[in-house]
Design a protein around this ligand. Structure first.
Ligand SMILES: C[S@@+](CC[C@H](N)C(=O)[O-])C[C@H]1O[C@@H](n2cnc3c(N)ncnc32)[C@H](O)[C@@H]1O
Length: 227
């Protein structure tokens, strides 16, 4: 009798699990709100499904290596994607993980025109301020300590070929094997598409996941970092 009860409990919980999974698949915004609350509604060009991919990839990669727990984001704008990445750190690495957000916060290379977005970024991400280090600078001015190891780099700044390539060259060598390099807008910006082609041609990166215009590349395990 107890066996029957146990198996019917299992059936109920499996069924509930499937119902929950299909609900979340059908209602991505609801899932994102569960993770980041009101930050799911921060204005952004990164769609809900794309931000969920960021969440899933960051969650996966932070379990890879206890040493590499840092994330770099180039192009944070009002904080929508930063909130997602910081929330993963809060869940997975609250004590030793950091998210470095690099942006001029002047809306550089944005079609909407120049404006100062820094205060909005700070307000929108205040819940995660202990995990985020904002670096107000052009990404071209950043130099990294050669021993720095990164679990994930998200590039969403200036989308011209020259600038995306410069960002990749600056940050990608610090990504650990199996770590992630995530690019935004490869479907709408030719410069990003071309830079993506170069990465794939190098044999050092393989596509792990792709949703809409966000592509997550996994660093091939046979490659080495700068350290
Ligand atoms: C498309 S928005 C980023 C969107 C953000 N990732 C999100 O999901 O909401 C691009 C951002 O890149 C910044 N940016 C452009 N060129 C930059 C550069 N050379 N260095 C740093 N930030 C830059 C802009 O100021 C802008 O805030």
């Amino acid at each position: 009798m107890s066996l029957v009860i146990a198996s019917s409990d299992g059936l109920v919980s499996r069924t509930l699990g499937r119902v929950r999974a299909s609900y979340h698949a059908a209602m991505p915004h609801h899932r994102l709100r569960r993770y980041v609350g009101d930050a799911a509604d921060i204005p952004t060009y990164t769609s809900v499904r794309e931000r969920l991919l960021l969440f899933d990839e960051a969650t996966t990669v932070l379990s890879l290596s206890p040493q590499a727990c840092h994330i770099v984001e180039v192009g944070s704008y009002l904080g929508a994607s930063a909130a997602v990445l910081a929330e993963v750190l809060r869940r997975e690495r609250p004590d030793n993980g950091r998210l470095y957000c690099i942006d001029t916060w002047n809306n550089d290379a944005m079609s909407e025109g120049v404006r100062d977005t820094y205060e909005q970024f700070r307000a929108n991400t205040s819940r995660w301020q202990d995990l985020i280090t904002p670096i107000r600078s052009s990404s071209t001015q950043i130099s990294l300590h050669e021993s720095l190891q990164l679990a994930l780099v998200f590039i969403d700044g200036d989308h011209s070929y020259e600038m995306v390539t410069a960002d990749i060259n600056r940050f990608a060598p610090h990504i650990i094997p199996e770590g992630r390099l995530i690019l935004h807008d490869h479907r709408s910006k030719p410069g990003v598409a071309r830079a993506l082609g170069n990465l794939l041609e190098s044999g050092q990166w393989v596509i792990q996941r792709c949703v809409e215009s966000l592509v997550s590349l996994r660093r091939a395990p046979w490659t080495t970092t700068t350290s």
